[in-house]
Design a protein. Structure first.
Length: 143
C-alpha cells in the first residue's frame, strides 16, 4: 500500500508543473524530491485556484467582490517545489499579478477577471506550464 501511495504522490507532483509527466513518471526510481509532500507554495497555489474559482462565481452572478474576504495570497514568500523559480522574472510576474488581482477586486467584472487569469498564465508559461489548461478553463468567453 505504502509504495503505491508514494508512487501516486510522485505522479501527482509531476502532474503539477511539468508537461512530460508520463515520461518522467515511468523512470524506475523517482528522485527524493518527487516523493515528498507538496511544498508550501504548491499548496497555496491550490488555494489560489479554489479562490479564483469562487471569485468567478461571484463575478458571473454580478456581485461585488468583498476585499476583506478575498485577499491576495503572498505565495512568493513560500518554499516552492523547485527553488530555481525564485528569480527576478518570477517576482516581476508576481507584481503584475498582484496589480491585476487588486484591479479585479475594485472592478468585479468579467474583463478584469480574465485580465487576472492572463497574469496567472503569463507566469505559468515561464515557470509552471502544467496547469495552464486548467487555469484557462476559468476564463469567461468573450461575448
Ligand atoms: C508569479 C508566478 C505565478 C503566478 C502569478 C501564478 N502562479 Fe500558479 N504556480 C506558480 C509556480 C512556480 C507553481 C509551482 C509551485 C510549486 O510546485 O511549489 C504554481 C503552481 C500552480 C498550480 C499547481 C499546484 C499543485 O497542485 O501543485 C496551480 C493549480 C496554479 N499554480 C494555479 C494558479 C492560478 C489559478 C493563478 C492565478 C489566479 C496562478 N497560479 C498564478 C507560479 C505562479
Amino acid at each position: 500500500m505504502k509504495p503505491f501511495l508514494l508512487a501516486l504522490t510522485a505522479v501527482l507532483l509531476l502532474v503539477a508543473c511539468s508537461q512530460t509527466e508520463t515520461q518522467k513518471a515511468t523512470t524506475s526510481k523517482p528522485a527524493k524530491s518527487q516523493v515528498e509532500e507538496a511544498k508550501p507554495m504548491a499548496l497555496m497555489m491550490r488555494a489560489i485556484y479554489e479562490q479564483s474559482s469562487a471569485m468567478r462565481g461571484k463575478v458571473e452572478a454580478g456581485e461585488a467582490l468583498d476585499s476583506s474576504f478575498y485577499r491576495f495570497m503572498e505565495f512568493h514568500e513560500l518554499e516552492p517545489t523547485d527553488s530555481t523559480v525564485l528569480v527576478k522574472v518570477f517576482y516581476e510576474h508576481n507584481e503584475d499579478f498582484k496589480r491585476a488581482f487588486e484591479d479585479l477586486l475594485k472592478a468585479s467584472n468579467k474583463d478584469s477577471y480574465n485580465a487576472m487569469l492572463t497574469q496567472c498564465v503569463s507566469c505559468h508559461e515561464d515557470f509552471c506550464p502544467g496547469p495552464i489548461k486548467r487555469i484557462n478553463k476559468l476564463r469567461f468567453q468573450e461575448s
